[in-house]
Design a protein around this ligand. Structure first.
Ligand code: DHB
Length: 375
């Protein structure tokens, strides 16, 4: 949706072909932290109005280790900040912008299949409302997520996959309660990681580390709140306002990259090419940087006949992707309990967090990555 918006601003026509319904896309709960580069991009392309009115700028975060908390000031360390504004809201803004500009977004498309991606004139076939359709195009952008069809069209002989699956998941709860703090709390605890996040002053998002094979049904609201309280700093636990969960789901944690991100006229972006574990909320931000590079490459192709950006798209995007993969892996590794890795591992984690609490240099490294590396 953002790529289509950026292309339209450059006078380049595109059609969005979406498998899910518009209602589903606009309702699914995703992370809520936008890097400063992402907010700058939204703002500079006419998508910042509601975000600036309803979002919250966060200049820092709280990090907790076994209940002992310290504050990390992003703005003091980097001069930058992040925006708390749910991906769900970004998605609504993108649909509204597409409607206002009369751009085509086809939802509920089934059997979506790209063809002739190594030829000059690729196409995409799909069925919608029981009718078969074909869209012919110059390029196909594969923005169809980790389980999508696009990545599978790259010949196995040219693809290298890199993967780490973590032995735990995140149980997330959305509740119509005031957030426990003005800022996010990332909490390491022997019982497992916990995160206190938010969407707005009356809507909170909380997570606790759970077993990889756990089921959301096994967690009553009471069990969730009790477990969260044990893992966060005691003063936050005392303040915590609980209520019925509006949404409760389990996210598996995985790092994954497939290289390259281009084959012929098929260009992959976002989760279609790479996955990060949620710690640090990089997923949407990485999809944004991919499509930013891609929109610049396609604009140079159409405006100047210059294909250098297309030829280097995969390498350019992957350089940034790998840095975010590294950061998400690092934050996951430091903050979670690895039940199979013993006491040595947990002492290293404690030392890492103690070092972080006392070192401006270490805080600058975390903050620089959290607010987002340059595009
Ligand atoms: C949220 C999710 C994250 O993974 C994170 O690091 C911070 C916030 C969220 O859902 O709000």
């Amino acid at each position: 949706m953002l790529l289509s918006h950026l292309l339209a601003r450059a006078g380049i026509e595109s059609v969005v072909i979406e498998q899910r319904s518009r209602d589903y896309v606009q309702a699914r709960v995703r992370a809520g932290v936008l890097e400063q580069g992402s907010t700058d991009l939204l703002r500079s392309t006419g998508l910042g109005e509601r975000m600036d009115a309803d979002g919250f700028v966060h200049h820092g975060t709280c990090l907790s280790n076994g209940g002992r908390a310290f504050h990390l000031d992003f703005t003091a360390r980097t001069g930058r900040a992040v925006m708390i504004y749910g991906q769900t809201e970004v998605q609504k803004d993108l649909f509204d912008a597409a409607d206002a500009a009369g751009r085509t977004v086809l939802d509920e498309c089934a059997d979506v299949t790209p063809h002739d991606i190594t030829g000059d004139r690729p196409s995409v076939t799909f069925t919608r409302n029981g009718q078969a359709h074909t869209v012919q195009a110059d390029f196909v952008a594969g923005c169809d997520g980790f389980h999508g069809v696009c990545r599978t069209l790259l010949p196995r002989s040219i693809v290298t996959e890199y993967e780490r699956v973590y032995p735990f998941g995140w149980l997330g709860v959305l509740s119509a309660t005031p957030p426990v703090d003005d800022e996010l709390i990332y909490a390491r605890h022997d019982r497992g990681f916990a995160l206190c996040s938010m969407r707005n002053p009356t809507l909170s998002r909380y997570y606790v580390q759970c077993a990889a094979d756990d089921s959301a049904e096994a967690w009553s609201d009471q069990r969730f709140w009790d477990e969260l309280r044990r893992r966060i700093p005691p003063d936050a636990a005392d303040r915590l306002v609980t209520g019925p969960s509006i949404e409760k789901s389990i996210t598996p944690l995985r790092s994954y990259v497939a290289e390259p991100m281009r084959h012929g006229r098929l260009l992959l972006a976002g989760d279609a090419a790479h996955i990060v574990p949620p710690t640090g909320a990089k997923g949407l931000n990485l999809a944004f940087s991919d499509v930013w590079y891609l929109s610049k490459a396609l604009t140079a192709h159409y405006h100047d006949g210059d294909d250098q950006g297309l030829d280097t798209y995969s390498a350019t995007a992957l350089r940034r992707v790998w840095k975010a993969v590294r950061f998400s892996w690092w934050m996951t590794t430091v903050m979670h309990t690895f039940h199979d890795q013993g006491d040595f591992n947990s002492r290293i984690q404690e030392a890492e967090l103690d070092y972080l609490a006392g070192s401006e240099a270490a805080q600058t490294v975390l903050a620089e990555n959290y607010v987002g590396l340059p595009l």
